[in-house]
Design a protein around this ligand. Structure first.
Ligand code: KIV
Ligand code: ZN
Length: 388
């Protein structure tokens, strides 16, 4: 099995379904350029049949993007597929992504179709898409709550009709890592023509397991992962691209999987998205949050100053951030304070350092963070005693 994982970014489609994350056309194009720069293999630009605005944004993105594949989403019905193709046909590498639900609850209550009818609709939709392109992805919506053998039948039908990617979504974020991995393996093994397609997963984060489930599926043979920047998406969001990439990179020894993503672009891309949608990145967000490379505890700071590997499993530079942040506060030790004063350009004697150390502790009892400006003020007032 290949060790190359294709990254399918759906920030512009599923991500935009996140409440409050609506983007206008220019913002979408700016983000699309950034995604291309980041190195994703496929970007899902939108759902052309959803609205005229979505159609036009997808078309513009398809015309703008140079190398990355551009996918449009459509329901498994001819009119949607036609509209999708109209929007993406100018792309260098267009992809039709069509979907149909396969779980009992969706088939019975939402679609009001029998499993046999769903198989027929799958076949008809993919054959219709195949009139336009050979780059076709089929998604079995709510796959994680579907019967595993039925899923394999659906996958087989879609591949026979011309699908080249089969996506297994955990639409409602219900799956558990071990179980999801077993399911993906079962579907691949029981799809007789599975060698003709790439299997993909698309994991939602309702139980906070989006990335864990994606990793389990990769171990089971999935070779495309559908993700979003900063994990934005419907409800609690999707698996976060930056977390998946850094898990694969930091634990390359365990996964042995390559992607095309430039990890140094992760932070700038998350920042751009945050600016566009007007939503700050939470401080404790893995990889890109303000605290992700900040060390508060004195013991940790001391360890970091002796060897970064004591408390850092990846460098801030590797994700495009400037540097590790040793937050000076009530937990900081003398070594961290010495490091900071030296960094600020004040080489202090031991007795001077003691004065600063005690002043920092007093200040830290009154405010949460001690900033560089506070340290400078302490040095000037308490060590050098420079009057106003
Ligand atoms: O969550 C989901 O099932 C989807 C599909 C349309 C792929 O977003
Ligand atoms: Zn989704």
């Amino acid at each position: 099995m290949s060790d190359r994982l294709y990254i399918f970014d759906t920030t512009l489609r599923d991500g935009e379904q996140s409440p409050g994350a609506t983007m206008n056309q220019n913002e979408k194009i700016r983000l699309a350029r950034e995604l291309e720069n980041l190195g994703v293999d496929i970007m899902e630009a939108g759902f052309p049949a959803a609205s005229q605005g979505d159609f036009e944004a997808v078309r513009k993105i398809a015309q703008t993007v140079k190398h990355t594949q551009v996918a449009g989403l459509c329901r498994a019905m001819a009119a949607d597929i036609d509209r999708c193709w109209d929007a993406i046909k100018d792309a260098k590498h267009p992809r039709i992504h069509t979907f149909l639900a396969t779980s009992p609850v969706h088939m019975e209550y939402k679609l009001r179709k029998t499993p046999e009818q769903v198989l027929e609709m799958t076949d008809a939709a993919v054959r219709h898409a195949a009139k336009y392109t050979s780059n076709i992805e089929f998604s079995a919506e709510d796959a994680s709550r579907s019967d595993w053998d039925f899923l394999a039948k659906v996958a087989e039908t879609a591949i026979n009709a011309g699908a080249t990617t089969i996506n297994i979504p955990d639409t409602v974020g219900y799956a558990q890592p071990q179980e999801f991995g077993d399911m993906v393996r079962h579907v691949i093994e029981h799809t007789s023509n599975s060698h003709k397609a790439i299997f993909s997963v698309h994991c939602h984060n309702d139980l906070g397991l989006g990335v864990a489930n994606t990793l389990a599926a990769i171990n089971a043979g999935a070779r495309q992962a559908e993700v979003t920047i900063s994990g934005i998406g419907e409800r609690a969001g999707n698996a976060a691209l930056e977390e998946l990439i850094m898990a694969l990179r930091t634990r390359g020894d365990y996964y042995g999987i390559e992607t095309n993503v430039k990890s140094e672009q992760l932070f700038p891309t998350c920042r751009l998205l945050s600016m566009i949608i007007g939503q700050p990145i939470p401080a404790n967000k893995a990889i890109v949050g303000a605290n992700a490379f900040a060390h508060e505890s004195g013991i940790h700071q001391d360890g970091m100053l002796k060897n970064r590997e004591t408390y850092e499993i990846m460098t801030p530079e590797s994700v495009g951030r400037e540097k590790t942040d040793l937050i000076l506060g009530k937990h900081s030790g003398r070594n961290a304070i010495k490091g900071k004063t030296t960094e600020l350009g004040y080489p202090l004697e031991d007795n001077e350092l003691q004065i600063v150390f005690e002043a920092v502790k007093r200040l830290a009892d009154k405010k949460e963070k001690v900033y560089d400006a506070d340290i400078e003020a302490i040095i000037l007032e308490e060590v050098y005693r420079i009057p106003d």
